[in-house]
Design a protein around this ligand. Sequence first.
Ligand code: APR
Ligand code: PHB
Length: 390
Amino acid sequence: MRTQVAIIGAGPAGLLLSHLLHLRGVESVVLERRSRAYVEQRVRAGVLEQGTVDTLVAAGVGGRMSREGLPHHGIELRYGGRGHRIAFEKLVPGRSITVYGQQEVVKDLIAARLDPGGDVRFEVDDVALHDIAADRPYVTFGGERLDCDVIAGCDGFHGVSRPSIPDGVLTEFRRDYPFAWLGVLARVKPSAEELIYARGERGFALHSMRSPEISRFYLQVPPDEDVAEWPDDRIWAELKARLETVPGFRLATGEIIEKAVTPMRSFVAEPMQYGRLFLAGDSAHIVPPTGAKGLNLAVADVRVLTAALAAFFADGSPELLDRYSAACLTRVWRAQHFSWWMTTLLHTFDSDDAYGGRLQTSYLDYVTSSEAAATTLAENYVGLPYEEGM
Ligand code: APR
Ligand code: PHB
């Protein structure tokens, strides 16, 4: 078998790359370890930056998102017994976010690829990358071989692509956090119109949603927490304790349909390329979900990689491919800092660090009282504009 681009992974990065390349006349084959049903039901993030929404609409895959997605024009920071709205329409006029589950984006992208006969293969075992430093790399899987010109490693943090790069090439930057998130999906009408980020002595909590009938919550828990420690009644009691901290707010409860613990980590591998292998999305970088940047960073990487590959296959020019990693990393590090900043601002750390706690409260007071400070949060949250031509 032969194709132009072998794409490892059918998450948002791999699927969007395949679709955007198809629109530019570049062939690809997507190789995914899991089943289609698994990737389409995997509950992940749910906030799309303005740029991500614009990218999906421009690529012709934004129809259902435009119908079912929930545009949001602000978020609430809740602490010290008060709620403070960060009003996007005032601070960053014309830019907003859309709440739409990542699994819905994945469903839309799979449908868009399979419709015109795109080659997306699920339940593929034993993917291995070969000759990635040569100009004729290839991929083996399940006893088969796929020859290609380029390999795109879109296989996430635990994928096979990044480890295929020889030792000594990559510099890895990481930061771990002394807590994790317990994510909860519940069949209950959201108790507020917008997202609520709540900081308190008991720990962080987030009120989000997926639709007018489905709420999404997160609780800060110890880093090695076992989800079995969290029966439904304990989850509701703790969510109420952490969210019902302002007058008049009552949390509606209902059937919990999914719960899982997600570790919190920051990670970047530089450079995001080696030979004919290019890393995009979680395979190259991970952010704590507090800033809702993971999916949106994957989209930004894919935009850059698509332009570079289209130029390369159009006339062999390698310049954009040579600069791929450098072109992505400015935005990657901006999102890394914002995600780390939101995480350190809102989570409860070691109770012995009284000084650190005062710094957090002071910064929250500043962000919720200064238009300049609130604007820095708003413009990063809705997503900074893409660089020219990306
Ligand atoms: N062979 C084939 N496929 C693989 C392999 C492998 N060895 N290892 C991983 N995969 C697949 C996974 O099953 C997954 O479907 O690669 C895909 C990677 O998708 P994601 O992890 O969703 O990563 P990405 O597409 O970069 O999207 C980033 O996903 O994890 C969230 O928070 C993250 O929202 C962000 C987004
Ligand atoms: C979500 O709805 O899954 C979500 C929203 C905002 C975040 C993280 C996750 O910061």
